[in-house]
Design a protein around this ligand. Structure first.
Ligand code: ADP
Length: 293
């Protein structure tokens, strides 16, 4: 398995937005989830790792490859599924993948055909290989995206916000595929969807305002809030009052009434202690940082 080491990456856009604030992470195996709200800096980090844009300072290393100084070496072992995979042409899935194999330097047509068939089987689109990708559903397009990211046996696969816009069934199938891929390759998954990380990742980081505010296993994330999360069902007009009185980390409608989660060292009146969930951790870490900012 490969090891990706990110050290002290910084990036400020010309408009003054600091999108990467001294980001350091070590990613070793399986599926790594990078969780953060929109605007946290996830895409900036993904694009910097994929050598599509440059950081102002810092370093990135994949095993013995220095990503900043040897981007061409990195590209040979990188699979990248961007947020927007671009325009899907009116050609078949098989033709598209074959074409992408040519672009990745696989010149031998018999070798390409075998690889493309293997990839189509892997992402469960073999039966659809002669259909135009333009007509594919969102989930099928994402699976084509994974197939193309697997061309050339990458050591590292970067997947940026992959499940946005997928229906639950498609999302499930995509999760299973990613979990399967994550057995063999380091997969870095960026998402704002807590469930993606909960269901898939062995290791994770939470990003907010360009900075890493948590790094560890999902279990460690839950342990960090153990005993501090309290729940109560309230009526809708009461929400503002509770928000003033307590550190409300989430409110969720259940059967028409809000259930709120509050962060507190001691039991607030009328609340019951609950086991923290990953959403509690996410909201706590991202709102705390907001208060400090
Ligand atoms: P995320 O992927 O977590 O939603 P991004 O990396 O896209 O976050 O954006 C991080 C911050 O940088 C946001 O405030 C965004 O508006 C800003 N940003 C992203 N790209 C650019 C750019 N090309 N020029 C200026 N600001 C940008």
């Amino acid at each position: 398995m490969a090891t990706l080491t990110i050290s002290n990456l910084n990036k400020t856009y010309p408009n003054g937005v600091k999108a990467l604030d001294n980001v350091s992470l070590t990613i070793t195996n399986g599926m790594f989830g990078l969780l953060g709200p929109n605007g946290a800096g996830k895409s900036t980090l993904m694009r910097t790792l994929a050598c599509l844009q440059e950081a102002d300072s810092g370093d990135m290393q994949l095993d013995d490859i220095n990503i900043r100084t040897r981007p061409d070496e990195l590209r040979k072992v990188l699979g990248y599924l961007p947020q927007e995979f671009g325009v899907y042409p009116r050609i078949t899935a098989e033709q598209l993948l074959d074409h992408l194999c040519v672009l990745k330097g696989i010149g031998h047509s018999k070798e390409r055909k075998e690889l493309v068939h293997h990839l189509l089987q892997k992402v469960n689109l073999y039966d659809k290989r002669n259909k135009s990708v333009k007509g594919f559903s969102g989930g099928m397009k994402q699976r084509v995206g994974i197939a193309q990211a697997l061309i050339g046996n990458p050591k590292l696969i970067i997947v940026d916000e992959p499940t946005a816009g997928l229906d639950p069934g498609e999302r499930n199938r995509f999760h299973n595929l990613l979990a399967d891929v994550g057995q063999e390759v380091v997969v870095l998954l960026s998402t704002h969807i807590v469930d993606d990380v909960r269901e898939l990742c062995t290791d994770m980081a939470i990003m907010n305002h360009g900075a890493i505010v948590f790094n560890g296993s999902p279990t460690a994330a839950l342990d960090s809030l153990d005993g501090q999360v309290w729940e109560r069902q309230i009526t809708r007009p009461e929400i503002e009052k509770y928000k003033k009185q307590y550190h409300v980390i989430s409110d969720k409608m259940v059967a028409g009434s809000p259930i709120i989660h509050v962060l507190s060292d001691t039991q607030p009146d009328g609340f019951l202690r609950v086991s923290p969930n990953l959403e509690d951790v996410f909201f706590t870490m991202t709102s705390q940082n907001l208060h400090h900012a």
